[in-house]
Design a protein around this ligand. Structure first.
Ligand code: FES
Length: 192
């Protein structure tokens, strides 16, 4: 293709050699060619290149995300350190009794229960469904969520009924003389 007064430009072969559809049987240029792009080959090439770029970037993003999750789990477990916090005195809680406390931070409400069998257990008080506060039902000997009737076993925190997807995170306890001390949360049970 010649440019007026400015030398020549390289022209894609698809433009210099029109295909069979470039003219009709009588050798006339069809009218539709006036309205539609004649750069279809170049357009397809650009689209393929963009699509390949998109796929590459998406794959790289997913790979980076998985590596991040893996590294986080490595550093989170078992090295996570929890405070050792006295949450009650043993004599405070009779069988079937309850005490609320916060652990490991002030933003984490928890519930301590002495079961009817006399065992001390503690859990995060946030329901694993939508974080409503669970309470101890002495009559049913289980933890209950009032929002959507989610029930949890008092001995283990496992889901007995309702929409909660996971057991309640347990708080590990140690009895040191009269004091009941919260010492950690088992790996994989952090937060609701
Ligand atoms: S928030 Fe507890 S069952 Fe829905």
């Amino acid at each position: 293709m010649k440019l007026p007064g400015n030398g020549s430009l390289m022209t894609p072969p698809s433009l210099t050699k029109p295909g069979p559809a470039a003219t009709d049987m009588a050798g006339r240029r069809p009218l539709w060619r006036e309205d539609f792009s004649v750069h279809a080959a170049e357009d397809n090439y650009v689209l393929r290149r963009q699509f390949t770029k998109f796929l590459t970037l998406t794959s790289a993003g997913m790979l980076a995300g998985n590596i991040w999750i893996f590294l986080r789990s490595l550093f989170d477990w078992p090295h996570r350190q929890y405070p050792q916090t006295t949450v009650a005195r043993s004599s405070e809680i009779a069988a079937g009794g309850v005490k609320l406390f916060r652990y490991p931070t002030e933003n984490d409400p928890c519930i301590l229960v002495r079961t009817r069998a006399g065992k001390l257990v503690a859990y995060s008080q946030k329901c694993t469904h939508l974080s409503c506060a669970v309470y101890y039902s002495a009559a049913n000997n289980r933890l209950e969520c009032p929002c959507h009737e989610g029930y949890f076993a008092i001995e283990t925190g496992r889901v007995l009924q309702g929409p909660p997807p996971r057991p309640l995170p347990r708080i590990e306890l140690e009895q040191r003389g009269e004091e009941i001390v919260a010492v950690g949360i088992p790996a994989g049970e952090h937060g609701a």
